[in-house]
Design a protein around this ligand. Structure first.
Ligand code: AKG
Length: 320
């Protein structure tokens, strides 16, 4: 659906000004939308997962942990797919944030995926400039991610940073010169971007940030961390936006569940093309690990799209 069609539908949560600002800037912050008791319950469940991380020494399918992680001092960077880990996360994804998504995507909305990211000021918590759509190309660009600040996020805590209007600019490849996925925009392309105009979005506990799947965004490394900056991200798509590749390994059974409205009978195709998707089927650590080039299985392009040479290079490098 196009913005003008979406705006014709009555809003559920947001004001018309907020909706228009989102379409203009590619992001929006709504302060203190989520009641404190709801956030506290999510935090209580999350604390249980941090505690369980003490039993692992390396990232697994559920938790991404930093190189410095230990039983005594857990450094969990991500709880992967929380919507599949506890009904409370899934209920949350179906609540008021699904209404927010409908205000910005149109009345028919599918859940896409969730993740819960942390920053622990351990020197490995920067998230470099990237666009979410490069991770999961779709037939159109009516997708967004809603971040919920589960603690106060002050300027030094790694708030979301977005380049306003960048969702209307080019879509960048997030591969290196060997067609291996890095999950970040290349430095020479970043040098051309107006990063000096980036807006950082500190906000109190219970606030949400919303960014368009094409918006160029990043978060800075933190120098201190009181809370670990828990950021619960839920991504949604218009029901008429269909993925190029299913990428099942990174999602749960809730992937493409309709959370508002009715299913699409026709796909909407945006005429602007999108780079071909990565193939995470051999496993996915996290954006932190891949952006930092930590050892692990390299992610090539999706097999249906990648050239033979890249397949060989990926296999060779995996064997080394
Ligand atoms: O957790 C963060 O700081 C940013 C995460 C992010 O941008 C992403 O996962 O797409």
């Amino acid at each position: 659906m196009k913005p003008e069609d979406i705006l014709r539908h009555p809003a559920r949560v947001l004001t018309q000004d907020q909706r228009e600002a989102y379409f203009r800037d590619g992001y929006l912050v709504v302060e203190r939308l989520i009641p404190e008791d709801v956030v506290d319950e999510i935090n209580r469940i999350t604390a249980g997962w941090i505690d369980r991380s003490r039993a692992i020494t390396a990232p697994n399918d559920v938790l991404d942990v930093a190189p410095s992680h230990s039983a005594e001092k857990p450094v969990v960077r991500r709880l992967k797919k929380p919507d599949g880990m506890d009904p409370a996360y899934w209920d949350y994804a179906n609540g008021v944030i699904a209404d927010v998504a409908a205000d910005l995507l149109g009345p028919d909305v599918c859940f896409h995926h969730s993740k819960l990211n942390f920053k622990w000021s351990d020197g490995h918590d920067e998230v470099a400039w990237h666009q979410d759509i490069a991770f999961y190309p779709h037939t159109n660009y009516s997708l967004l991610a809603i971040g919920t600040y589960l603690a106060d996020v002050n300027p030094g805590d790694g708030p979301l940073g977005v380049i306003p209007g960048s969702h209307k600019g080019p879509i960048f490849e997030h591969y290196d010169d060997n067609d291996i996925w890095t999950g970040r925009i290349k430095d020479d392309a970043v040098a051309e971007l107006p990063t000096e105009t980036a807006v950082y979005c500190p906000a109190p506990k219970g606030s949400i940030t919303i960014h368009h799947a094409r918006a160029v965004h990043a978060t800075e490394a933190t120098t201190h961390s009181v809370s670990g900056r828990p950021l619960l991200i839920n991504a949604f798509a218009s029901a008429d936006a269909f993925p190029y590749a299913a990428l099942k390994s990174t999602y749960t059974e809730h992937f493409r569940t309709l959370v508002r409205g009715t299913p699409a009978r026709w796909a909407h195709h945006d005429p602007e093309p999108c780079p071909t998707p990565p193939d995470f089927s051999a496993g996915y650590t996290s954006i932190y690990a891949q952006q930092a080039g930590e050892p692990g299985t390299p992610t090539p392009r999706d097999p249906g799209h990648r050239p033979e040479a890249a397949i060989k290079a990926a296999l060779k490098s995996a064997a080394e």
